[in-house]
Design a protein. Structure first.
Length: 172
């Protein structure tokens, strides 16, 4: 993996200034715009397009806290991470089951107020995990950081499910 932070000349840090990231992204993309390479050789045009795609990928990675954390962990470990591994976090597996059951109950009861309260509770947990992740990454505790990143990945999927149920309840 290329270092997405290096592409934007940023320090490897979980707490990014997203406006600075966006500014650097726009400047890089402007410099790689096809109009700038209209009189260039086909090879130079192709390289420009490849670099532009690389910058797009890096930007998407750094904008997303989960992907940003994974990039930092990967850079810290110097190896590729295997996303599909057995989750040994039994406590969080139990929490996941509880949340799924609670969400199913809310959907069955068609209770918008409960859904809002549930969403706020999950947002609070998400915020807490992000805080713990910041600490783990700063301490270079890669195992803990990976565990917390896995938790965030689940919560992200849970928010998609919450949104689906919210849309369904609003349409009633």
């Amino acid at each position: 993996m290329n270092n997405p932070f290096a592409l934007f000349d940023l320090c490897v840090d979980f707490n990014l200034d997203l406006s600075q990231l966006t500014d650097r992204y726009l400047n890089l993309q402007k410099s790689l715009h096809p109009d700038n390479f209209a009189d260039s050789t086909p090879q130079e045009q192709r390289l420009s397009m490849q670099k532009s795609a690389e910058i797009n990928d890096a930007f998407q990675c750094l904008k997303d806290p989960i992907r940003r954390a994974e990039a930092i962990i990967q850079l810290g470990l110097g190896e590729n991470l295997c996303e599909q591994k057995t989750n040994q976090d039994i406590t969080f597996l139990m929490q996941q089951m509880q949340w799924r059951e609670q969400l199913e109950h809310i959907e069955h009861k068609k209770d918008v107020a409960q859904l809002v309260a549930f969403c706020k509770a999950v947002e609070s947990e998400n915020y807490e995990i992000l805080s713990q992740l910041t600490t783990a990454l700063s301490a270079k505790n890669w195992t803990e950081a990976q565990k917390l990143t896995d938790r965030l990945r689940f919560i992200k999927k849970l928010f998609v499910e919450i949104e689906r149920i919210e849309d369904k309840l609003i349409d009633l």
